[in-house]
Design a protein around this ligand. Structure first.
Ligand code: ZN
Length: 246
């Protein structure tokens, strides 16, 4: 059992503005002990090296996502749509040696105490999208740890792997808190490219000393990020979706 307060982030997608806002916001609530990353640090956005530098400054545990692996050439770009593949190629040419090392050192699953960390799902850590309660219950046996932390869908989610209960997509004008009871599957939502209709960056705080997880949202300068994407010549569709959170 690990005791502490952890900042849980997923799908940063090279959005350093959003990542910095998340760190400031989380730190203002109460200092955290480490960052747990659920994959896709890079891809889509304009600042891959900056995001990796920021994350590297903290005690850290984490896994890689499909975009991280594609940038390293470990999965084929054929599985991505044209815009996503274009940004993967763009990112590949710009990664510094230390950024490449950071991404290469990530595995596709990692466990910390009672928690499994994966990008997709316990069954398919790289590609599976977990969107429904029925899916979560079915995935329970694939997870050896008590709880699973996932990303990939870019939508916050909390559901039980252990009982026939509801699946919630916590939308948070204010923070929403839940006890760590039963066996939970938790997605904190996306830092750098939310897709639940809320453009603000999403993150979760896991406090194992009190047995709680809380979901949070924080605004960041979307206009500045869209401008750097434009200057970098990144796809317009990816700039637009940041404004609407989809
Ligand atoms: Zn992603």
């Amino acid at each position: 059992m690990v005791m502490g307060r952890y900042l849980v982030v997923a799908d940063v997608h090279s959005n350093a503005e959003a990542l910095r806002s998340v760190l400031d916001s989380a730190d203002r609530l109460e200092p955290f002990d480490a960052i747990w990353l659920l994959g896709d640090v890079v891809g889509s956005g304009p600042a891959p090296n900056e995001c990796i530098e920021v994350l590297s400054a903290y005690p850290f545990a984490g896994v890689s996502g499909n975009h991280d692996l594609a940038v390293l050439g470990k999965v084929s770009l054929d599985r991505f749509n044209a815009d996503a593949a274009e940004v993967c190629r763009w990112t590949r040419c710009r990664l510094t040696l230390s950024s490449k090392r950071f991404l290469s050192d990530l595995s596709i699953r990692c466990s910390v105490g009672d928690f499994l960390l994966v990008h997709g799902s316990p069954r398919d850590p790289v590609w599976e999208y977990v969107v429904a309660a029925s899916q979560v219950r079915m995935l329970g046996p694939w997870c050896e740890q008590r709880h699973a932390l996932i990303g990939h869908t870019h939508r916050p989610l909390i559901a039980y792997m252990s009982r026939a209960a509801e699946c919630r997509h916590p939308a948070a004008p204010t923070a929403s808190v839940q006890k760590l009871e039963g066996r939970l599957m938790i997605n904190p939502g996306s830092v750098g490219q939310p897709r639940d209709g809320d453009a603000r960056a999403a993150y979760a705080i896991l406090d194992t000393s009190v047995g709680e997880v809380s979901f949070h949202r924080v605004s960041y300068n979307v206009v500045a990020v869209a401008q750097s994407m434009q200057q970098a010549g990144l796809p317009v569709s990816l700039q637009r979706r940041l404004h609407v959170g989809y």
